[in-house]
Every structure is written in C-alpha cells, then in structure tokens.
Write a protein that binds this ligand. Structure first.
Ligand code: ADP
Length: 997
C-alpha cells in the first residue's frame, strides 16, 4: 500500500526521502505486530527500557523503529477508551497510518512535514515527541493558540500518560509555579509567544535560579510553522515598561504644519483630478488624451492614490491602461528628469506598496520656509574637527560649543524623524481601517483578523504620531526591558521541526533562515478536491452579489458552504447580505477560539453556511455530515485573494480532508487591495477592455496566473522585509546571547564574590592605565588624584595619593583590590552567608539589567539614526553593526563600573549598612595586620591620612528622593526615602538596597 502511494507522488527530493523511509516503515509495522502479543504492562515497561538504553549510549535514531512501534501499538490498545478533552468526553479511535509514520520520521530528522489538513498532524507529533523525550529533556510542541495547546495536550496526553510520560501545557496568565511544573514534564504544549516570553522572563528578569521556569531548548515541533515563523515573525516579542523621564515629544508641535501640508495636497490633487476628468470625458473613442492629462493621473497615483475621482477614473480600463503606459515611460532612465520635476509639483509622494511617504522640496519649503537646511542633519564630526582646530577658543568655550552642536544635532534629527512619522500617519494610516480611536486611545486593528490588538503599539514613535494626528493624549513611549524576535527564539533549539499544510511556497526561506528542509508527505487517501478558476469582477459589490447567489444556491441543494473573508468588516457585510437573502448562517472572527472550534467542526453538516476570517477556527477539523458526500462535499467560497498564496491554500485545504469530495473557488474584484496595488495590470486592463463592457465577470486560467504573480511579488517583498529585520536583530542577538550567558552564570553561581572581585580588579587596573602611562614607571600626580577621588566615592574607603606615588602599578592594583576584598570579607561577621550571597548576586544582576536595558534603548535609537544616514549613500546595516559594536564595548565598561559602585551600597539592614560604612572609614584597623603584611605599608595609612571624610548617620548615598527597597518579614516595598525613613526608624522595616539615587 505504501509503495503505491509512493508511485503516485512526484517531486524528486520528496521521493528520495520517501524511498529512504520505506524500509523503516516496514520495520515499524513488523515490530508493532509483534508487540500486539505483549501484555499492557510489558508494553509500558518499554518506556523505561528505552530510557536506559539511550542513557547507555544507544542513539535515538537506532531506537526509532521500536519506539514508533510502541507508540503505534499503544494507540491501538487505546481504541475504544475515552478521555476528557476540554471538558468533553472524547473516544480514542486512531492508530497511526503509514504516512503518519513517515511524517513522524521527518519531524525527528528536523524537517518540516507538509501534510494536508485533516491528515492528523496532532497524532503524528506523538511519535517524535515520545522518542525525543526519552532523553529526559523537555520536548515542546508549539500550537497557534492557547485553546489548541490545551486541547492537544489533553487529547494526546491520553496516549503519553498511558506510556508513562508526563505532559503539561502552558496557558496565558498562568502563574509561574504552574508554568514551571508544565516545563518540568517530559512534553510541554504551548504557543510561541508564551514560550518566548518565558524565555525573556527567565533570562532577563528572574532574580533567583528558582524563578526560572524553562528547562531546555532541546527539541521543538512547531505546528502551523508557516504562520508562526512567517506571519508572526514580523512583530518581535517585547517586554516593556514605562520610561521614567523623557523629553517633550516633538509631535504636538509639528502636527499642525504637517496636517496643513496634507490638506494642501488634497486640494491640489482634487483640482488636478477635476481638470483631468473634464478633459478625459471629452476625448473621443479614437483620440488620445493629452500628455498633460496623463501627467495629472500620474500625480494623483503618487500623491493621493485613494482620491475618489482618481479611483473612479481608474475603473475605466482604457484610462487605467494609458496610465500604466505613462508610468512605464516615466520610470525609464531617460525620463528621470521629467519624473523628478513632476514629483516636485507634489508636496510629498506616497507609495502604498512600499509603505512610504516622502517629502518633496516643495513640501520642505512649505513646512520650513526660508530654512533650506532644516532637513539636513548637521555634520557633527566636521564641526568637532573645526572646533578642535580653532586655536582662539578657550577650553571651556570649546566644550560649550561642542554641547551646542550636539543639541542642535539631536533637535534636528528628532524633528526630521517626527515629521516623517507624522506624514506617514496622515498619508498611510486611515482611521477605522488600520486603527480605531476608542475612549481617547488609538488602538491597532489586526489586518488579518480585523481584531483590535489591545495594548499593542506601533514602534518608533509612529503610534505617538497617530495620537497627535487624532488629537488624543500622547501615551508615554515604553522602555524595552527585554526583546527577542520569534525567529531568533526558535533558532536557539538544538532540534527544530515543523508541521503545516502549506510550506512549499516558503520553502527557500525556511531553508535559508532556519536550515529546515520541507518534505511533502503524501496524503493517506488521494485528494479529490476540485479547484475552480478564479472569477474576477469589476467592483466589490458585484462580487458580493455573486457570492450571495452562489451560497444561496448551494444552501438550497443542502451542500455546506464555508465562506472565507479577509477581514471582520467583510464577514459582517456578507452576513448582512445573507440575512437579507434569508440564508441562515454563522459568523466567526477569531475572537473566541474555543467556541469557534465547536462551530467550525459543524461546518460540514447538511446545509450549513459558515463565514470565517482566515484565522477563525484554525486547527479544527471539519467532518462531513451524512448525505453531504453525495452533494459534492464542503464548498469553500473565498471572497478575496489574500496577499500571500499560502493563506489561500490554507483556506482551500479546509475541504476535502482524508479523500473526501470538495470544491473551492476564489472571487476577486478589481477594487481589492491586492489587485489595485500589485496585479499585472497590463493584462488585467486589456481583459477589462474586451470583456467588461457587457458587465460580465471574467473567468480565465490566465487571470489565475496573473493574480498568482501579484501574490508572488508581495511574498518576495515581505520576505526581504523579514530578512532585513532579522539582519538587524542578528546583531542584537549576538549581544543578547553574551549578556544572557553572563546573567545566567551570575544567577546560578554559588559564589558571586570571586566574579565581582575579578571585575573590580579589572576596573581598577583599567583606571590605573591612565595613572601609569608607563606600567613600569611612576604615577602621574593629576591622574592619581582623580583615581583617589573615584576610589573613595566608589568604595567609601580612602586610598592615599602618597601611597600611589610611592608604588608601582602592580603594587597599587594589589593594594586597592585587597582593601575592597577585605572590606567585603569583613561583612561575613555582620550578615548571614545566605544574605551576603544574595546581595552579591544582586549587585551583578542589577548592573547587567540596567545596562542591558539601556543598551536596548540605545540600539533602537541607533537603528532609527542609521536609517536617516542612508541618505549619505552608506549601507545602513554596516553602519549599524559598527556602531552597535562600539555601544556594546561601552556597555561592558559601564557594567564593570556599576558592579564596583554597587558593591557597598546595599545591606540587609540599616545597621549592617552603617557598620559597613564605619568599617570602611577605619579600614586599616578593620582589615588588620594580615592585610598590612601583604601590602607592606597599609598600616601606616590612617596615621598620615588627611582628615576623614565627614560621614552622616545614614549613608550619604541615600538622598530624600532616592528610591529604596525596604523589607519587613516576607513583605517588601519600594519607596522614596523620605517616606521609607519613618518606617525604618519606627516600625522595624529594614533597607535592603538603594534602587535609585
Ligand atoms: P490536521 O491537524 O492535520 O489538520 P488533526 O490532527 O486535527 O489534523 O486530525 C484530523 C482528524 O483526523 C481528527 O478528527 C482525527 O481524529 C483524525 N485522525 C487522525 N489520524 C487518524 C488515524 N490514524 N486514524 C483515524 N483517524 C485519524
């Protein structure tokens, strides 16, 4: 049977893979037949046996046939039993098919198994998950939503548990102990963002090892891998919080001028369109319109593409075609000047396709009349050189002028950026389309589902720009605490695999970025779905009318229909039209995963009509009701082509599962965004001219092709956007790995003191480099003075200038570090070892976290900065890399400085802190003669030292506005010192640490 499937199947690398699997599948089935003779207990005992054999060195590959056979045999034994899945009793009635075994092998070998909808991917995953879990490491399965994570973990849990493995699932809002327990299981189900956020919390925020919840990033299977790694990959995961202080944003100040400019352009384009219309209406059948009229159309297309008159004119195939021709002419190299001058008639140009809006010179002059340089960034480096070379300046004056230049630069770059974002907000973002304004807030609308994305904000100031445009209060930009892209999260796994119904169109991306190959697994039964040609309509209205007619007819026959829509708005429109035609129906729009899964599962019943956006009810199988097979199975009517082919294929794949009959058809109108922006309009226009005259819809294989080409173009563009994002993120990713590595070591270290002391020593040495220009020579007095000052402010201990001047560099390093070491050691008498260990670890963690968060902000700014720089003909990515490297070096330096500075700033109580300060002052006495022996003259220090620094009762580091963390019993609070002081004095609270000064 398996070989016959193989013959049916074309595609050489797929065939090669299948041929290699054939003997394995055979062996699994032979073993499974043998296992049928075993008792339940004997079969169950296999799990432990496999674990031990693997521990003794047998590879997973070698264990594969036996383990797969055990899982398959267990599934067979479970038939006839039931389990509770999402509060419903569900009968188990599945034994792995041969093609499912092949899918399992592919997953184990880190491949993407492309298997059509309804082929039972949920069951396929049990095979490799069981096998890989034998290592004792946590194996994971990623689902598209929380509901499916729960459903599948409970459903398949029946099988795993029977075999002696534990299963858990992660749900949104789950407390961390439960998460930890779920990751503690052999197998864990959950969504990509839950896994990703847990990773960020574990590595960027946990303050003690037991706060970390994840165990391993070992083996992970991503279900619907294309939607996770491709669709979701555009928005990175971000954990953020409000920023403390911030400069006034420039948006409110610049809003009015940009709005005015937008208004001017509207008026300009409307005037041009009125003129063009007048002329075009007069042009006779066989006469050409003037060059000027075509220029005007071109200006509208580039200046205000959604202008109503323009859109109406474009419904006429003849004008449409002429404009395209004109566009082609103007795009040529020879017409560069003309194009340029034409563009200069506009205030700004809009490209919906590239999502860009650019000011023209006219626009710039209008915004900032008489300031030709307002949009040029000042050349800071040259200004520096100029100032440095100007002998007439005093040192102070030079510094002043430098600062002035920096401020001017910052201001200019902020304004340029704000104007750019405001222009986008006006030109490309439409209220109630890309966003809504609700209760004084601007909220993003998800373009795929039409849902409001609560709490999400556009980045890079765009959100604030839209808020300024709508005149609502600007919300504070958030500061990023931790961030990772979905791509980089999944690239961490030692073994990654995926399943999907549709991976082929993105196969090369999977290969390039994740090194994952796609293999298409044949279906268990041949697919007999009928895919009809697309039908193209002139207007959306005609398209919908046709859809209603088609649905009503199918409904009358009793054939169930699944109506696919691109947005919630479209579902509702269709719903209203169906109601008027008196066709009973259900509407789903991905709001309630669980309820929708129930409804979708009924979509195959006699006469059912179900409208669904492409996200709604995903992952739920549609079974055909009685008598439906005879009527041709489920009929999928798609009312729009999606931007990318994959989503369309997903929709088609919802019918004809497991050899069922079924039919699919796409309806398209020239008003759809895809057609408007991307279609190879030359073909479309000529078709239009020929056929639309009678007002009839078009249907031709040629059209399918042209739509496919449009989609490929979008896909290509999206891919390069994702790749670009990733190239930038790669830079950050390397840094993140270093920092998270450091942080984890700090978090898990039994003893952080040695690490801290090494850091302190490095810092001291680095600072002494300046004091001793020649390592074997003498100290420089002025630099040594600075060092003395730094030492006392950092460690609260004195070091004498004379001591430095009398020693070599190596001796000073020793002296200075040993004192810190000794003072820290002396704390053991006043603090318990656990507390001291905790404090030491926290010094490191705080320094790492503060600096890493600053780095994230800096890198965001940098990214914005380099995109401005691309005007200067440099590759922004290279600039970004170079600057990022420097920023990271600065971070590492600052990390060192902060570690030293944090060391003596925290204690478990005020008393402990005070006594520490007292000892710091009387350091030599406290450190004792042993120390003196090591550094010869230390004992002499206090006697000839200058008068000790005055010292207040509380450490001078705590100012009234400083924020401190205080503790009483298990409770902690973060308060300003002016509030906390009374609690500490009167109510027995203790200061744990100073959080900010
Ligand atoms: P997919 O995720 O591939 O679309 P599902 O995992 O949701 O498919 O399974 C689709 C349906 O096929 C389910 O109802 C499941 O019970 C059924 N099924 C899967 N594998 C088998 C099998 N080996 N034998 C019988 N039914 C199966």
């Amino acid at each position: 049977m398996f070989l016959s499937i193989l013959k049916l199947f074309a595609g050489s690398h797929h065939r090669k893979f299948l041929r290699k699997c054939a003997p394995l599948v055979k062996r699994i089935n032979v073993l499974e037949t043998e296992y049928q003779k075993l008792s339940d207990d004997q079969l169950r005992a296999k799990t432990e046996e496999f674990k031990q054999r693997h521990a003794k060195g047998e590879s997973l590959d070698a264990l594969l046939p036996e383990t797969f056979a055990v899982v398959k045999n267990a599934a067979r034994r479970l038939c006839g039993t039931t389990s509770i899945v999402c509060e419903h009793e569900l009968a188990w009635e599945m034994v792995h098919f041969d093609v499912q075994l092949v899918g399992g092998i592919a997953l184990h070998q880190n491949k993407i198994a492309e298997m059509a909808t309804g082929e039972g991917k949920t069951l396929v995953a049990t095979l490799p998950l069981y096998l890989n879990a034998l290592t004792g490491k946590n194996c994971q399965l990623v689902t598209v939503n929380d509901y499916l994570a729960r459903r599948d973990s409970e459903w398949m849990g029946h099988l795993y548990r029977w075999l002696g493995l534990t299963v858990g699932c992660i749900q949104n809002q789950m407390p961390s102990e439960e998460r930890k327990a779920a990751y503690g299981c052999d197998i864990t189900y959950g969504t990509a963002s839950e896994f990703g956020f847990d990773y960020l919390r574990d590595n960027g925020m946990a303050l003690a090892p037991d706060e970390q919840v994840q165990r391993d990033h070992y083996f992970c299977i991503v279900d619907e891998i294309d939607s996770i790694l491709i669709d979701e990959a555009r928005t990175p995961l971000i954990i953020s919080g409000p920023v403390a202080e911030e400069r006034e944003p420039a948006f409110p100040r610049l809003r009015q001028p940009v709005a005015g400019l937008f208004e001017l352009q509207i008026r300009l384009v409307t005037r041009l369109m009125n003129e063009a219309r007048e002329e075009l209406e007069k042009v006779g059948e066989n006469k050409e319109p003037s060059e000027d009229a075509l220029d005007k159309l071109w200006l509208a297309a580039h200046g205000m593409p959604r202008n109503r008159i323009f859109l109406r004119l474009m419904e006429n195939g003849r004008w449409r075609k002429l404009l395209e021709k004109h566009e082609g002419v103007l795009a040529s190299e020879i017409e560069k000047d003309r194009r340029f001058h034409l563009k200069e008639r506009l205030y700004f140009s809009i490209s919906e396709r590239n999502h860009e809006a650019d000011l023209s010179q006219l626009g710039r002059d209008t915004l900032r009349p008489g300031e030709p340089d307002a949009f040029v960034l000042p050349d800071l480096p040259s200004r520096y050189v100029e100032l440095d070379n100007d002998e007439s300046l005093t040192h102070e004056r030079r510094a002043e002028l430098r600062t002035e230049a920096e401020v001017a630069y910052a201001q200019a770059s902020e304004d340029i950026h704000a104007i750019g974002q405001l222009l986008k907000a006006y030109a490309l973002y439409e209220k109630d389309k890309q966003y809504v304004v609700h209760e004084g807030k601007v909220k993003i609308v998800d373009e795929n589902t039409g849902r409001i994305m609560e709490g999400r904000r556009w980045s890079d100031g765009l959100h604030q720009a839209v808020e300024a445009k709508e005149g609502v209060a600007l919300e504070k930009e958030n500061k990023t605490y931790a961030t990772v892209t979905i791509q980089n999260y999944f690239r961490m796994y030692q073994k990654l695999a995926g399943m999907t119904g549709t991976a082929e169109t993105e196969a090369s991306e999977f290969n390039d970025i994740y090194r994952l190959t796609v293999v298409a697994i044949p279906t268990h039964r041949p697919c007999i779905r009928i895919d009809d040609n697309d039908i193209v309509f002139k207007t959306r209205k005609e398209k919908y009318q046709f859809a209603i007619k088609e649905i009503a007819e199918a409904h009358k026959r009793g054939q169930p229909v699944l109506v696919g829509t691109a947005s919630v708005e479209a579902s509702e429109t269709l719903g209203r039209m169906l109601a008027m035609a008196k066709v009973p129906h259900k509407i789903l729009n991905a709001k309630h995963h669980e309820a929708e899964a129930d409804i979708v599962s009924m979509a195959g019943q006699l006469g059912a009509v179900t409208i669904a956006t492409n996200m709604a009810g995903r992952g739920t199988d549609i079974k055909l009701g009685e008598g439906v097979r005879e009527l041709g199975g489920l009929y999928v009517v798609a009312t729009e082509r999606h931007e990318v082919r994959r989503v369309d294929r997903q929709l088609r794949g919802r019918c004809s599962r497991q050899g069922d009959p079924g039919r699919s058809r796409f309806l398209v109108s020239l008003e759809d965004d895809l057609m408007r922006l991307f279609a190879n309009a030359g073909i479309v226009s000529s078709m239009l001219e020929k056929s639309f005259k009678e007002g009839e819809p078009l249907e031709h294989p040629f059209l399918n092709h042209s739509i496919g080409t449009a989609q490929k173009r979008v896909e290509g563009q999206n891919y390069s956007m994702r790749k670009r994002l990733l190239q930038y993120d790669d830079v950050l990713n390397q840094q993140r790995q270093i920092i998270y590595g450091l942080r984890n070591r700090a978090l898990k270290a039994e003893d952080s003191r040695e690490t801290i002391m090494n850091i302190v020593e490095e810092e001291i040495e680095a600072r002494l480099d300046v004091v001793f220009p020649d390592p074997d020579g003498e100290a420089e007095r002025r630099a040594a003075d600075t060092f003395v000052h730094w030492y006392i402010t950092t460690f609260h201990m004195r070091i004498d200038l004379e001591d430095i001047l009398a020693r070599t560099k190596a001796q000073v390093i020793l002296l200075a570090t040993d004192r810190v070491r000794a003072l820290q050691a002396s704390r053991e008498e006043h603090e318990s070892p656990e507390v001291l260990q905790y404090l030491e670890r926290n010094v490191l963690l705080r320094a790492i976290d503060r600096n890493w968060q600053n780095q994230l902000t800096e890198m965001e700014d940098l990214r914005r900065g380099v995109s401005l720089r691309s005007y200067a003909q440099k590759d922004p990515l290279n600039e970004y890399k170079a600057e990022a490297f420097k920023a990271f070096e600065r971070l590492m330096q600052q990390l060192r400085t902060d570690t030293g500075a944090g060391l003596f700033r925290t204690a478990s109580s005020m008393e402990a802190l005070e006594s520490l300060m007292r000892r710091a002052q009387g350091q030599a006495k406290a450190t004792g003669p042993a120390e003196a022996g090591a550094t010869e003259t230390t004992a002499a220090t206090p006697t000839n030292a200058p008068k000790p620094e005055p010292f207040r009762r509380l450490t001078p580091k705590i100012g009234r506005n400083a924020v401190v963390r205080i503790r009483k019993g298990p409770e902690t609070q973060d308060l300003k010192w002016k509030k906390a002081e009374a609690l500490v004095r009167d109510e027995g609270w203790e200061v744990v640490e100073t959080l900010s000064e």
